[in-house]
Structures are given as structure tokens and as C-alpha cells.
Design a protein around this ligand. Structure first.
Ligand SMILES: C[S@@+](CC[C@H](N)C(=O)[O-])C[C@H]1O[C@@H](n2cnc3c(N)ncnc32)[C@H](O)[C@@H]1O
Length: 444
């Protein structure tokens, strides 16, 4: 088995056609910093012949392993099947090579398609133009061979094609899943995600969380940490509800394989009764998280309530608290510094026994937390460079000067600044704080 690491290229240049045992080669893409997690996950799911590269892992798999991977992976953004690779130094050469290829082996002339592109090349400086030429090549190929012209559908294509250009090395792949794997189905379509689903899953794993450890998500926002954790604890594959993957339209796809893999996964399911406490000071955020859990049929899997973090007292003696505080966009720098400092104070004074993890792109504010970190890693939330910083909180182990926690005014973020009393606040449950009525009760 090949198991080597290769840095610096997004995809291997000399594309392997197949593994030594004849399995097709796939390429799973992930976020920078999550390659190791993905590799371990793929091994567990049955992939072989793995090669780790920057932002991805190349692997071999038979069809049932591919189905298993697409249904289960929490750390891959997409899974690609390279079908054509060649060297080209301009878009005409790309067009020539791509027109010659037998596109009928992977799609019908009447199918719709879309092309994504990643390019790191001195030869192809306008990646969108390269995409356009590949589109022309596919359309012209079918027009000449069958007289039928396939159409582009950017939103919901039958076949999603990925064009990767690394200098003069062109690799054309089919996307095995179609709709990106990061979309789990719990966000409303088109909703802006403050934290990407794949990143949240990776951050939980990097924090050392497993479903048997109590988890606190006290600034839950739209609930990405909470839903990813609940899905993990639930034990069903993360894409269990999804019935359509692009590989189903590939020539030779055997539907039996799909049902067999689903049966196996169902019988292998390991449910863990986990403890997840989720809160936010913004009622809308709590509602959004509740809806997201409900969309995945995970109602009740997290204790959910509105609460101000600065009044929150954990119910458990130990566990993991993950925090994605506001950063920058809606707050003055001074307020932000004060807030992060107050978070540090609060963690120190009320969360002894816990591991606390904070993700933020505001590095100056992060320094204001004022606690000695045990771990710090650079991660990317979309294009935003962030730090994922871990703190081990021991009784009286960290000295902080000038506590701000008591002085900090309620941070409003545009919502009413009323707070829950400290005695009442340790994560209020759905039952005790239902909907708008609870707002009124709390304010009174
Ligand atoms: C960057 S967003 C979190 C995004 C979240 N990770 C997600 O998946 O959508 C920050 C959240 O912190 C909340 N927040 C700010 N101050 C708070 C406080 N004092 N107590 C509780 N929540 C707070 C905001 O209401 C907002 O929802």
C-alpha cells in the first residue's frame, strides 16, 4: 500500500490510472489543515493506496467503498474521479485534447453539466476562460458525434466536472457526489454559513471531542458545532438523508451496491447518548439551531436555550467548550478586545476542569483571552485565516489581571441586552424556555 505524504501540490501531477490491484483512483478534497483527519477517516471507510497532498487525499476504492465514503465522510468537501489528464500550455491545446476524449463514456448528450475550476498556472492566467474552452470542447464533441448539444446548468447539473490545472498539467475529473458534501441539508438553501460544516466537524475532532464527552456550544449562532456533534453522536452516516449522488448516473452504476452499502451502514450504526448544551444570547440564533437539528431529525439531541455566556455555569465537572465569538464585522475593536478578555476571565473562573477551544480570525482579540494555550492551529473558514486555540482550564492554574467579566456591559449584537440570572442560566432547556413566550418571561 502506498502511504506517503506529499506537500506543496494540490493534486499529484503524474496521475495514477489505477491502484496496483486495479482499483480506480479518486481524489478527496478537504480544507487546509484537515488532511490527516481525512486520511484516517478514509482508511476507516475502506480506502486503500492513500497519498496525502495539500488539501486532499488520493485513494483507491471499489464502487461500494466509494458509496460508503460519499455517504459517511465528514471531512471531505468533494470526491473526484479523474478521467482525463494531459499536458497543455494554452487553451487551444486544452480544447483539442478535451474534444477528442470519449465523453459519451461518462454522460449522455442530453445531460446537463457544470464545470468547477482550480488553477495554479503561469500558462492559464484566466481560469474562467479555460473553463469556457472545456465547456466548448464537451459541447462540440457531442454536437459532432450525436448532433445533440448538452446544456450547462450551474445550479443543479446532472454531471459536475472539475478542471484542475497545475502549471501545464491539466486534470479533468468527475465529481462523484454532485452537490458538495459540505452541504448536509440542515441549512436553508442559500443561507450564509458563518462556519463551514466541514470545518466545524474538523474542529470538533481536533479539540479531541468524541460523543461521550459533554460538549458546550455557548455562542451557537446557526448551530454548526451543535448539529455536527449531534450528527456524529447519532451514528448514522452524515449524508443518510441524501438520495441523489452524481455517481448514480455514471455508466455501469449498480443500484444493488447502493442498497447493500446502506443496509451495512444501518446495521453498523453506533448511537451514543451524548450531552450537548447549546446556547446563545440571541434568540434568533437559538431558533435557527433548533430548526437545523429538526431538519436532520435530531430534535432534542441538544439542550437548547437562550443564555448569556457571561452568566452561564456549566452543569458538568469536565468536558469541552467550543466558542466561535463574534469577530470584527459588527463590533468596535475596543469592545471586541474587552469581550475576548472577559471570555478568558469567565473560562478561568467558571470552567475549571474543561478544555476550552476558541476559533477566531481576530488574532489581536484572541491574545486578550489572556490564558496560556495548550494548542494553536491555523485553519481557514472560507478565505478567512483563523486560529483554533485550545486551553486546559485547571482550578486556579491561570493568573489573570484586571478581570473584565463583571464590568463588561451586555454585548447586544442588535438584540435586547437582558440577561438571565446566574442561578437560572446554566443552559435552559427547550421545555423551560419555549419560543417567544420565554423571551417575555425572561425579561420580566
Ligand atoms: C460568529 S457567531 C457564531 C457562529 C456559529 N459558530 C455558527 O455556526 O453559526 C457568534 C455568536 O455569538 C453570539 N454571542 C455574542 N455574545 C454573546 C454572549 N455574551 N453570550 C452568548 N452568545 C453570544 C452571537 O449572538 C452570535 O450568534
Amino acid at each position: 500500500m502506498i502511504n506517503q505524504e506529499k506537500q506543496g501540490a494540490e493534486q499529484t501531477d503524474g496521475q495514477r490510472e489505477a491502484t496496483s490491484s486495479g482499483l480506480p483512483i479518486y481524489f478527496a478534497k478537504t480544507l487546509a489543515g484537515m488532511e490527516r483527519l481525512l486520511k484516517d477517516e478514509l482508511v476507516e471507510l475502506g480506502a486503500t493506496d492513500l497519498v496525502v497532498v495539500r488539501r486532499g487525499v488520493e485513494f483507491g476504492a471499489d464502487m461500494s467503498t466509494l458509496v460508503r465514503i460519499c455517504l459517511c465522510t465528514r471531512f471531505a468537501i468533494r470526491v473526484l474521479r479523474p478521467v482525463l489528464w494531459f499536458k497543455a500550455e494554452n487553451t487551444d491545446a486544452l480544447y483539442e485534447e478535451a474534444t477528442k476524449w470519449e465523453w459519451g463514456s461518462v454522460m449522455n448528450p442530453s445531460a446537463t453539466f457544470a464545470i468547477d475550476v482550480t488553477a495554479h498556472s503561469e500558462y492559464f492566467t484566466h481560469s474562467q476562460f479555460a473553463t469556457l474552452r472545456l465547456k466548448d470542447a464537451i459541447v462540440d464533441h457531442f454536437r459532432t458525434s450525436s448532433g445533440i448539444r448538452p446544456n450547462v446548468d450551474r445550479e443543479n447539473p446532472d454531471v459536475r466536472i472539475h478542471l484542475h490545472i497545475n502549471q501545464n498539467q491539466v486534470t479533468i475529473s468527475l465529481d462523484a457526489s454532485g452537490r458538495p458534501l459540505a452541504r448536509r441539508g440542515y441549512r436553508p438553501i442559500g443561507a450564509k454559513a458563518p462556519l463551514s460544516e466541514v470545518l466545524a466537524a474538523g474542529l470538533l475532532a481536533k479539540a479531541g471531542w468524541t460523543p461521550d464527552i459533554p460538549l458546550y456550544d455557548p455562542m451557537c449562532g446557526s448551530g454548526t458545532f451543535t448539529v455536527e456533534a449531534a450528527l456524529w453522536a447519532d451514528g448514522y452516516p452524515i449524508q443518510w438523508h441524501r438520495r441523489k449522488f452524481a455517481f448514480m448516473d455514471w455508466r455501469g452504476f449498480d443500484e444493488e451496491v447502493w442498497w447493500d452499502v446502506r443496509d451495512d451502514l444501518k446495521s453498523e450504526r453506533q448511537f451514543v447518548e451524548s450531552t450537548i448544551h447549546t446556547s446563545d444570547k440571541d434568540y434568533g440564533a437559538v431558533s435557527q439551531t433548533r430548526a437545523a437539528l429538526s431538519n436532520m431529525e435530531l430534535d432534542g439531541r441538544a439542550e437548547l436555550g437562550r443564555s448569556d455566556f457571561f452568566k452561564l455555569i456549566p452543569r458538568d465537572d469536565s468536558g469541552i467548550v467550543v466558542i466561535n465569538p463574534p469577530y470584527g464585522e459588527r463590533m468596535e475593536v475596543d469592545d471586541l478586545d474587552a469581550m475576548y478578555s472577559a471570555i478568558g476571565d469567565r473560562l478561568k473562573s467558571h470552567w475549571a476542569g474543561f478544555s476550552a477551544w476558541i476559533i477566531s480570525s481576530d488574532f489581536d482579540a484572541l491574545k486578550r483571552v489572556g490564558l496560556k494555550h495548550s494548542s494553536r492551529e491555523t485553519m481557514y473558514n472560507g478565505p478567512l485565516e483563523c486560529r483554533w486555540v485550545g486551553f486546559e482550564l485547571y482550578e486556579g492554574s491561570q493568573e489573570k489581571k484586571g478581570s473584565l467579566a463583571e464590568e463588561l456591559p451586555a454585548v447586544t449584537d442588535g438584540v435586547s441586552p437582558e440577561v438571565i440570572t446566574e442561578e437560572d442560566s446554566s443552559v435552559v432547556t427547550n421545555e423551560t424556555l419555549p419560543d417567544a413566550a420565554s423571551d417575555a418571561a425572561e425579561a420580566s
